[in-house]
Design a protein around this ligand. Structure first.
Ligand code: SAM
Length: 270
């Protein structure tokens, strides 16, 4: 998978060099390219923002640098036969109807007013060939940029939670990590994400329950006997009960949304 990030703080994306994502890059599973938005500014101060139309506090990111940056990045992904500057017509996308069937990326625009980022959306993004992220600063990006590229390629406005950060770089780190660990071969054991909270499967829509490791006693605290039993069915039952109890206590909304068909007789007793 190719990932491009356009930002005014390229150094903020340095964590993409370490741990799971860093290793995936080193193995060639991820091609990550971080771009400085100011490279597409031409004044002495490399200005990327201006005052908002209609007045009000804060600044808004100017459309021109974003437009040039995105055009150039999108053009870089086109096949040799197709190469050349993007001519600004929308026919390519209108004809294809699917960004993945062309050489167009899927744009991910972090914004508190976006669609909530969930494990489901992470799984959807993990199926894409190429993601381009546009983390903003100030009051966000001039709306016309989102409209322009939303008409030309697949675009998701994504929120990582109901709070406002100073910029979109931290959301990019969050989204990239959640997506990368779902890519085939990135996690050592593919089973690990199948049992995660929110993962589709046996624990569908539930939070994961508590986990334990050695030693068997720590500061006078033992571990639940059932985990030592070696009885796989009982352990699976216990894990599911714990997941249900935890979900009911921390996220009752998830239980309410649970498909009743995924619950069994024993769940109802929990
Ligand atoms: N005025 C904007 C609003 O109220 O929706 C907030 C702008 S915020 C200060 C600057 C940038 O940080 C946003 O454009 C976005 O890129 C990023 N950002 C902040 N909070 C975010 C969140 N919860 N999810 C995703 N991106 C966020």
């Amino acid at each position: 998978m190719r990932l491009d990030v356009v930002t005014i703080f390229p150094e903020y994306l340095e964590p993409l060099n370490v741990s799971l994502v860093g290793k995936a890059r080193a193995r060639g599973q991820l091609d990550v390219r971080v771009h400085d938005l100011r490279a597409w500014t031409y004044d002495r101060h490399h200005t990327v923002d201006d005052t908002p139309y209609g007045g009000g506090p804060g600044m808004v990111m100017k459309p021109e640098p974003w437009g040039e940056a995105l055009d150039e990045i999108i053009a870089s992904g086109r096949s040799a036969s197709d190469a050349g500057p993007w001519d600004g017509t929308s026919s390519e996308v209108a004809d294809s109807g699917d960004a993945d069937q062309t050489n167009l990326p899927t744009l991910v625009v972090p914004t508190p007013s976006g669609r909530p980022f969930t494990q489901e959306l992470a799984a959807e993004l993990a199926t894409k060939r190429w993601l381009v992220f546009t983390p903003a600063r100030y009051e966000g990006i001039d709306r016309r940029v989102i409209e322009e590229y939303g008409e030309r390629t697949e675009l998701h406005e994504v929120s990582i939670g109901d709070y406002v950060l100073a910029g979109g770089e931290a959301p990019v780190l969050v989204i990239v990590e959640a997506v990368a660990r779902l890519l085939p071969g990135v996690l050592g054991n593919a089973q690990s994400h199948r049992d995660d909270s929110f993962a589709p499967g046996s624990m569908s829509d539930l939070l994961e329950g508590p986990v334990y490791t050695k030693p068997p006693e720590w500061r006078g605290r033992g571990i639940p006997e059932v985990l030592l039993s070696g009885h796989h069915e009982r352990i699976a039952r216990w894990r599911r009960d714990q997941a249900l109890l935890r979900t009911r206590s921390h996220r009752p909304d998830l239980i309410e949304r649970c498909d009743p068909d995924t619950l069994d007789r024993h769940d109802l007793a929990t």
